[in-house]
Design a protein around this ligand. Structure first.
Ligand code: PLP
Length: 651
């Protein structure tokens, strides 16, 4: 009676192709690049990942390995954060075109005014480019602090674009916003807490500027996904309907209701389900209509962020995905607003969205090289067991010999049992180191056989599925998860990871990735998969004397901002390229990553004092005869060079 049934059609792709010729098409399917790449990324016939910054089938195309060669020639070591400027340009254009199409098709009377929330990527170059590319669409900025407001005012020149001030505001924040209004910016103060209103009005009066006021509403709707707590009645920021009505009354009392121009809500980031988005728009539109009926002039409805990125390419309502596309997002939003406002006879407002993630995620790719591999050592098994082999080792050998497709789970359980027994006997001194090693070899041989056999099963039991992780090779990547992919560590967010070359070769190794921090959390062991998620990634065996490069894609949103200095690994090199129409590319901006000296400075060390102290120690060593004066010179030179060096692994 077979425990599990075997079906040929369900063999995993990788297994099928070990038998045949592996093709570029197989790699495309395995890594799902066409599903998550949004047309920007694909694989060339030569087996290299290519970038098409205008989108699928449009405009020029450049291979990532070619860009890496260019970086290396210019002296940039890995890891490098590669930004592709024209992708940012394309994303802003697509967002506006989609809204424009929906507005035209539905005969909506208002306009679309997008803003980029600076917190999603505050790097000067990113904000500058968004302000620059966005001018033709009047794309504005959203800020949540004084520093962000000052940065925004310095980068934005289009006075028709919106400048939305969210966040908790003190007097200085408000004054800065009022000065921006005075300079002609279309600046809105969004009241996040009831107490803020009086301060805004007071400062407006003091500076003689009439503020444009908005409120952030707490909606009753709550979205699914990682960031659900940003929305809903229990969200930290925002006003309840009763508090919003109170704002209307207080403004009317002061004869300033004409300042009330905008209603804002934010459901949370990465909202995977279009139903939640639509329900929120409906609730927001009802509140908006209510405010117009109360006599507020209004004119702007700000739907916040939430437009999700399909990181795993599954097009589902899974947290790393979204069950809608950009056109559906825009059309559903515009239609829901119209349906409700037309019913109430309320004029159509300008629609604002604060899309951050969807605007910048595609724009940045983290590139790094693999430094080393550690694989499970199976070791050879003896034909004959030594005389003194303990009972548990004999039992493991027996398990290995009796293993068939029909008793996989049983053999798995037995192997674990006898391995644990040997470990216990070793701790209590009844098994020698050599005997334990022999037992572990049999154990791994059993696991290896189970891993092979289980690929023939239609349904793989959970325990057996996890064997792959135990048997996986560990590929050590030259990067820090904490610095460059903090969401992967903190909230298990999935990002597409794949080799950027050798894609015409069969990636025979099952791997997990470790970074170069010595932290056990510094690893990536969850990968995207069309069926949800997988715990190993197929990679190629390393070749002597040849670098192997991987890319982590879609990392432009939040990662740079949230990254930290774990193990004092700092900012990576950043290289921005612009791909020209003829397929050539230019390095438009290069930012060297942090040096060791920079990083030590961030954590309160003074590099000059460090050198003085090391010099004193070296001089003491000279006095004690442990170093010669000329050795002291080379020691000091090594430390001085070390301070100037890159914080990552340098070949
Ligand atoms: N607006 C506000 C108020 C936010 O808090 C956020 C981030 O959570 C955003 C916009 C950006 O959201 P997203 O990146 O999902 O577009």
């Amino acid at each position: 009676f077979p425990l599990f049934t075997v079906s040929e059609e369900v063999l995993p792709v990788a297994t099928k192709h070990t038998l045949q010729q592996w093709s570029v098409e197989d790699s495309t399917e395995l890594y799902g690049i066409r599903n998550w790449g949004a047309g920007y990324f694909n694989v060339s016939a030569a087996g290299e990942v290519t970038i098409s910054p205008m989108g699928e089938g449009k405009g020029p195309q450049v291979g990532i390995p070619e860009i890496i060669r260019g970086m290396r020639e210019r002296g940039y070591d890995m890891p490098v954060l590669l930004r592709v400027e024209n992708i940012l340009d394309s994303q802003i254009s697509f967002l506006h075109e989609s809204f424009r199409n929906a507005i035209k098709k539905l005969d909506y009377k208002g306009e679309y005014r997008g803003v980029f929330p600076i917190k999603v990527n505050q790097q000067q170059q990113v904000v500058e480019k968004i302000a620059q590319f966005g001018t033709r669409f009047h794309h504005g900025l959203e800020v949540g602090s004084k520093a962000e407001l000052i940065a925004a005012v310095s980068q934005l020149s289009d006075t028709q674009a919106c400048l939305i001030c969210n966040g908790y505001k003190d007097e200085e924040f408000i004054d800065l916003g009022l000065h921006a209004l005075r300079m002609g910016f279309n600046c809105f103060f969004v009241v996040e807490m009831p107490g803020e209103l009086d301060l805004i009005l007071e400062r407006g009066e003091a500076l003689g500027v009439k503020p444009s006021i908005g409120v952030r509403a707490k909606l009753s709707v709550k979205a699914g996904g990682h960031w659900t707590d940003s929305g809903g009645e229990r969200s930290t920021f925002g006003l309840t309907p009763a508090q919003i009505v109170d704002v209307v009354d207080r403004l009317r009392e002061r004869d300033m209701l004409d300042c009330f121009r905008l209603l804002h809500y934010h459901l949370g980031s990465q909202v995977p389900n279009i139903r939640d988005i639509r329900t929120a728009v409906m609730e927001g539109s009802r509140l908006y209509a209510g405010l117009v009926q109360e006599g507020a002039p209004m004119g702007y409805l700000d739907l916040g962020g939430g437009l999700a990125v399909d990181y795993d390419g599954s097009h589902t309502n899974f947290v790393s995905s979204r069950n809608y596309n950009l056109d559906e997002y825009c059309a559903d939003g515009v239609e829901a607003i119209m349906t409700i406002l037309d019913e109430q006879g309320v004029p159509h407002p300008h629609i604002v969205t604060e899309s951050g993630r969807a605007t910048v995620a595609y724009y940045s790719i983290l590139l790094f090289n693999i430094l080393d591999v550690s694989a499970v050592e199976f070791g050879s098994l003896p034909d004959q067991l030594p005389e003194d082999a303990p009972e548990s080792v004999r039992n493991l050998r027996e398990v290995l010999h009796s293993l068939t497709l029909r008793n996989l789970q049983e053999c798995y359980n037995d192997a674990i049992y006898y391995r644990d027994e040997i470990r216990q006997l070793f701790i209590t001194g009844r098994v020698t180191l050599r005997q334990r090693t022999l037992g572990e070899r049999f154990y791994w041989a059993i696991m290896g056989r189970i891993a092979e056999e289980k690929t023939k099963l239609k349904h793989v039991p959970r325990d057996l599925a996890d064997i792959d992780v135990g048997l996986a090779d560990i590929y050590y990547g030259n990067f820090s998860v904490f610095q460059s992919l903090p969401d992967s560590w903190a909230i298990d967010q999935l990002f597409p990871v794949m080799p950027v070359h050798r894609l015409s070769e069969f990636p025979s190794q099952q791997c997990i990735l470790s970074d170069i921090t010595c932290d056990s959390d510094g690893r990536i062991d969850h990968f995207i998969d069309p069926q949800g998620m997988k715990s190993t990634l197929n990679l190629h065996p390393l070749r002597d004397g040849e670098e192997y490069y991987l890319g982590v894609f879609l990392v432009g949103a939040y990662q740079e901002t949230l990254g930290d200095l774990h193990n004092l690994l700092g900012d990576t090199n950043v290289v921005s390229v612009r791909i020209n129409d003829d397929g050539s590319y230019e390095f438009v901006r290069e930012i060297r990553g942090d040096t060791v000296s920079d990083i030590l400075g961030y954590v309160e060390y003074d590099p000059r004092r460090i050198l003085e102290e090391i010099r004193t120690t070296a001089e003491t060593a000279v006095r004690q005869g442990r170093l010669t004066p000329s050795e002291r010179f080379s020691v000091m030179q090594a430390f001085e060079d070390g301070l100037r060096g890159y914080t990552y692994f340098e070949r």
